[in-house]
Design a protein around this ligand. Sequence first.
Ligand code: PSV
Ligand code: MN
Length: 383
Amino acid sequence: MRDVAEVRRLRIETPSWAYANSGTRFKVFAQAGVPRDPWEKIADAAVVHRLTGAAPTVALHIPWDRVDDYAALAKHAADLGLGIGAINANVFQDDDYKLGSVTNPDPAVRRKAVAHLLECVDIMDATGSKDLKLWFADGTNYPGQDSIRARQDRLGEALHQVYDRLGPDQRMLLEYKLFEPAFYTTDVPDWGTSYAHCLELGEKAAVCIDTGHHAPGTNIEFIVAFLLRAGRLGAFDFNSRFYADDDLMVGAADPFQLFRILHEIVSADALADAGIAFMLDQCHNIEAKIPAIIRSVLNVQEAAAKALLVDADALAAAQSAGDVLAANAVLMDAYSTDVRPRLRELRAEQGLDPDPVAAYHASGHQQEIEAARVGGVQAGWGA
Ligand code: PSV
Ligand code: MN
């Protein structure tokens, strides 16, 4: 049996954009105290880390987090006890990208997109970030609109150009998404496409699984197990979905799925130091942002703790004996265990408040930011 205390090795990366205002395409509901710039987003991320002890890095999104001096931004993060995590490129919000970015039929648009991706590698150099995370909105809406195959060629060519620019310790994380904003074809729609491109590129390229980016009913833990075995699972973008890419709090819609994913991770001894970035990619449209992000960190910890509780020997014995019910019962026993008291104990041992959400409410931080962050323009999705 493993020790639940191993959960303390798990590091979760929070996304700068989750601290900012966000919404659907129908409405963004502004919240008081929301950051006005990347500096304030990082300050909020530091609060999450201080209260959970488990979120030591923050992911940036360029251009939403554009600043004049990235080294100074990284220093600001370091002063608050944080490192800069993945640099997320953005080649989906410019008019030029209407027909795609790196797969656009126009070579000038492709050059512009690649230049942005290379700029993101420069930002990695300046901030000490090790991961370039790429998601492409590229695709088509109508049959015949463009050549599906030619777009793959253009994608491969652009990825190679960027891959060749990576430093020895830097990685490329290629994220996939079934549909949206393109509705007929998407150029990186699934893990297989991402994996195939990563294999062509080389060892510094790995797949990022955004848990919200699949068709309903997709067995995500199968993908996790496959990519772990292949050594190409680079990262997660954790969130929850009920219908499409809902970006709700991880573990909210389907905590059992999250447990099954973490079971594959724990079984492969990949909870820490295995080159997997456990990132959140969420939007808190109607709930308070910082407590929601804290809750998300706790949800991942709970799933990991339950996965650590799985009796691996009993499971292996039941599996090799072909005892289907016993094997399933081993997993369900672990999943059905309330790990919250043990996690509270572990936090107390670390000198943390056992209840980080309550600690946040008691800290006065929310009142402080609501009083201090007046004037200026609140950061929002796309800024
Ligand atoms: C795309 O839906 C995505 O999951 C990518 O990770 C983007 O970078 C992010 O959302 C933007 O919120
Ligand atoms: Mn994502």
